[in-house]
Design a protein around this ligand. Structure first.
Ligand SMILES: Cc1cc2nc3c(=O)[nH]c(=O)nc-3n(C[C@H](O)[C@H](O)[C@H](O)COP(=O)(O)OP(=O)(O)OC[C@H]3O[C@@H](n4cnc5c(N)ncnc54)[C@H](O)[C@@H]3O)c2cc1C
Length: 431
């Protein structure tokens, strides 16, 4: 372990650490916690406050059925770690464990779910075909039409308020000696002899042999401070929560109506409704004022009204119950729809934890564990080198955005059910 002088964080000046993490969202905090658990001295530097950006706005959904084996493993490991959080992190975390239904109302989507059923079972997921009666009786807010095909996923869970996971990470991280600096943007990354060796804020310099860029929607800006490039494009995502309604039983399961690209769950006595529009909005924080935050991401209730209309017959509460909260933020989309995790090519010392593609919150327990394992042992655990940023060749910004939008719009699309098909024609993806 390096010289450790961070105890007096109130002072300006020079500080040393083993690992500096830039960004206190779910991915940064999980990575920091797992590095601290491995005995490393860690400083997390956050431009605003912990969890204030994408992570604090997530729907909190965890999903065991994923499009490939590696993501399935990470998703299921994350569910295990979330439900046993107190056992390994020493801090309680409340997790709702109602399971979920995946629902298809078209023949094409039925085929898609059948494929997901077969491959997910092969990868060890507990997922089963649901009978029409099970669907009809299983969710009070969903009025089954009778023609649906549905899968029952008993492993699926959610966290009611996403900030509770952020707080749990933070409590556990601090208990293991981790330091968080808030309201302190990183403004420079130091390079020494071709290595990233530290960060600068307005208040201090921090030297460390490992710098992790976990800056969410700002991940490209932060990488560019070191003259590096990461292949990600931020895209807006939104959800709403209705006022409390008798249509929803708080114990109801999660539902994902895949042909409508809509997800639903109980929330605060009402219903949460979110989904993926066909014409998503890219947002580039680099083109905004330096003060730009998630609060300024433009929200469009019309998008959610349109998605709610798609399920109006089965889920009347989605469209006709007054809205208590509309919120949104940025997904970081990668060209192949998979995480971007590991060492940044051509710049030893700089690592990245990003490419959430809509599931960074729920995969954060396993992603942080894997990245910390890679950093501390020097070897990528469990095949996660397949997620390395080096898998992409150079891509111009325009192509990054095009592929990111494609991935977003095809989130539940049958065409994107296989990793090969998920790569748009011409995308230079190599893994
Ligand atoms: C509405 C919505 C619903 C979602 N629902 C789900 C869901 O149900 N399940 C799921 O798994 N995922 C969901 N997601 C995605 C999930 O929120 C993200 O994948 C996850 O939060 C990403 O975490 P992060 O740590 O990468 O980013 P963030 O939480 O955005 O954290 C990055 C941090 O970096 C900081 N930062 C930026 N620049 C600097 C700098 N220069 N110096 C220091 N700090 C900096 C930012 O201030 C920010 O706090 C949802 C997202 C949205 C917007």
């Amino acid at each position: 372990m390096l010289l450790w002088v961070i105890g007096d964080v109130g002072h300006t000046g020079l500080v040393d650490a083993d690992v500096v993490v830039i960004g206190a969202g779910a991915l940064g905090l999980s990575t920091a916690l797992h590095c601290a658990l491995a005995g490393r001295s860690v400083v997390v530097v956050e431009r605003l406050t912990a969890g204030s950006q994408a992570s604090g706005r997530a729907a909190g959904l965890f999903k065991s059925v994923q499009a490939d084996e590696l993501r399935t493993r990470l998703a299921r490991r994350s569910i295990d770690k979330a439900v046993s959080f107190a056992d390994w992190a020493g801090v309680p975390l409340e997790v709702a464990r109602p399971g979920s239904f995946l629902i298809a109302r078209t023949v094409q989507h039925r085929e898609y779910l059948l494929r997901e059923l077969a491959q997910s079972r092969r990868w060890g997921v507990d997922v089963r075909e649901a009978s029409p009666e099970q669907l009809a009786d299983g969710i009070s807010y969903y009025r089954a039409g009778g023609g649906e095909f549905a899968l029952w996923c008993p492993e699926d869970v959610y966290i009611e308020e996403p900030l509770s996971l952020v707080r749990a990470y933070l409590d556990a991280y601090r208990r293991h000696g981790g330091v968080l600096l808030e309201n302190e943007p990183v403004v420079a990354i130091t390079r020494t002899y071709g290595r990233a060796t530290g960060v600068e804020t307005a208040e201090r310099s921090i030297t460390a042999p490992v710098i992790v860029d976990a800056a969410g929607g700002w991940v490209r800006q932060v990488a560019s401070l070191a003259g590096a490039w990461v292949p990600l494009a931020p895209v807006r995502h939104q959800l709403l929560i209705t006022v409390p309604t008798a249509d929803v039983d708080p114990a109801d399961p999660i539902a994902r109506v895949v042909d409508a690209a809509v997800y639903l769950r109980p929330a605060r006595g009402g219903l949460m409704v979110g989904g993926f529009e066909a014409d998503p909005l890219p947002v580039d924080p680099r083109a905004q004022a330096a003060s730009f935050s998630t609060d300024e991401v433009p929200l469009d209730p019309g998008v959610l009204q349109g998605l709610a209309a798609e399920v109006a017959a089965e889920v009347p509460a989605a469209g006709d119950t007054p809205v208590a909260e509309l919120r949104g933020g940025l997904f970081t989309m990668s060209p192949d729809g998979r995480f971007v995790l590991g060492p940044v090519p051509d710049l030893p010392g700089l690592w990245v934890a990003s490419g959430c593609n809509g599931s960074g919150f729920s995969s954060s327990p396993a992603i942080g564990e894997a990245l910390a394992g890679w950093i501390t042992s020097g070897a990528a655990p469990g095949g996660v080198e397949a997620l390395s940023p080096g898998r992409f060749g150079p891509l111009p910004d325009g192509a990054l955005v095009t592929h990111g939008l494609w991935q977003y719009a095809h989130y539940y699309d049958p065409v994107s059910g296989t990793p090969e098909a998920a790569t748009p024609a011409g995308a230079p993806v190599q893994d």
